[in-house]
Ligand binder design. Structure first.
Ligand code: FNR
Length: 380
């Protein structure tokens, strides 16, 4: 209602409340480079489009005359009570979008009571981001390095800095064919600040012949050589269990059999995600993969969802299909690009307000009362 009341006084929001309009605004204000980094997808972009189309195909069947006066949006996630089922997902190298980068996004998340997932590839060391967040709930996303010592060091640093859960991204054993990325010059970005989370890590630095400042290009090449390992298989997860005491969630799960294997390996959760359509060109839409993974997970895993979430009704649909919480990607990156911390807060507020309204208008006072019976799927 704040927005309506401000509107009565003639004050309109600084950014659009329709979050699907942010991309075009970023392109107009910042040019094609930053927007290409964020919007870029695998192949011809069909997976990213399919993510939206799949969410739009699911339709809510609202109920009436239910008491929705008092609402409770909180959910139980990884052993903690969160105020809402929304978290910011990991997005790397945010200096490309705004000088405030990860600390600005993380402060926005903390201010709005939303967990922040810090990317391994962040342009700010994880300790600095933790400090910016105070007591705010934070999770650490791991790109599982080829170098065991770098992985060990990241896990130890994350634990010491108060990151409460580990999200291991497994859909990126290598970077996909992303034409919009391939067609632009990244080295200047990386030479500038790059992934300072690596460039400040003692185990990473030990692998360099010369200090980063003396040869940034060599440091970038070293990073690209070890950031991931295409040779990993399921038994390797034991290494993470040995080196991380908190919950472990596997990000990038789309096949029900992989959900079963994750549960068998003693993992705590999975994120149904196709990396926002940035990895497997022609991949199944994340929302279409969600019901199968939820069924396979049963009560053995907590299921998270991302890829294509842009509106409050998308969140309602993901929860009705069995997700416990939803991670947000591009929209908050655009909010950051346009207005730093305030832009990210704007995105979070709009999405949560729309979620709250859509939930209530659909006849539900809390996330837990949603089920697949509240949706129908259009067949065209
Ligand atoms: C990402 N994503 C991502 N995921 C991850 O695990 N580590 C990372 O460093 C990044 N970096 C990253 C950069 C950019 C620019 C984007 C757009 C995405 C994927 C991200 O966490 C999430 O899975 C998707 O963004 C979700 O899809 P939507 O909401 O962008 O459609």
């Amino acid at each position: 209602y704040d927005i309506y009341l401000n509107g009565l006084m003639g004050a309109v929001p600084r950014l659009p409340t329709d979050l699907t309009r942010l991309e075009a605004l970023v392109e107009r204000r910042l040019g094609p480079g930053p927007v290409g980094y964020v919007a870029g997808s695998a192949g011809d972009g069909s997976t990213a489009r399919a993510n939206r189309a799949a969410l739009e195909r699911w339709r809510i069947v609202p109920r009436i005359l239910r008491d929705v006066h008092e609402r409770d949006l909180s959910v139980e996630v990884l052993g903690r009570r969160l105020p809402t089922p929304l978290a910011l997902g990991p997005v790397g190298i945010l200096t490309i979008l705004h000088p405030g980068a990860e600390p600005a996004a993380a402060r926005a998340a903390a201010a709005r009571g939303v967990p922040y997932t810090l990317s391994s590839a962040s342009s700010t060391p994880m300790e600095e981001v933790a400090e910016a967040m105070g007591d705010g709930e934070r999770w650490f996303q791991l790109y599982w390095s080829k170098d065991r010592e770098v992985t060990r060091s990241f896990l130890a640093r994350a634990e010491a800095a108060g990151y409460s859960a580990l999200f291991v991204t497994l859909d990126t054993p290598m970077l996909a064919w992303r034409p919009r990325d391939l067609d632009q010059a990244y080295l200047p970005f990386l030479r500038g600040i790059g992934t300072a989370n690596y460039f400040s890590d003692p185990a990473f630095l030990a692998g360099l012949d010369r200090p980063v400042a003396e040869d940034r290009e060599a440091a970038v090449r070293h990073f690209l050589g070890l950031f991931s390992d295409p040779g990993r298989t399921w038994p390797d997860l034991a290494f993470l269990r040995e080196n991380w005491d908190g919950p472990i969630v596997l990000k990038g799960v789309l096949h029900p059999d992989d959900a079963r294997l994750a549960a068998d390996a003693g993992m705590d959760g999975v994120v149904v995600s196709n990396h926002g359509g940035r990895q497997v060109a022609g991949s199944v839409a994340a929302a279409d993969a969600l019901p199968g993974v939820v069924a396979a997970a049963g009560d053995r895993l907590e299921v998270f969802f991302d890829s294509g979430v842009r509106t409050g009704d998308d969140v309602v649909k993901a929860l009705a299909l069995g997700a416990r919480a939803v991670l947000l990607g591009r929209p908050y990156a655009y909010g950051l690009a346009l207005d730093g911390q305030a832009g990210v807060e704007h995105v979070i507020r709009c999405l949560l307000a729309e979620f709250d309204l859509t939930l209530a208008l659909s006849g539900h006072a809390r996330p837990g009362s949603l089920s697949a019976a509240d949706l129908v799927r259009e067949t065209i």
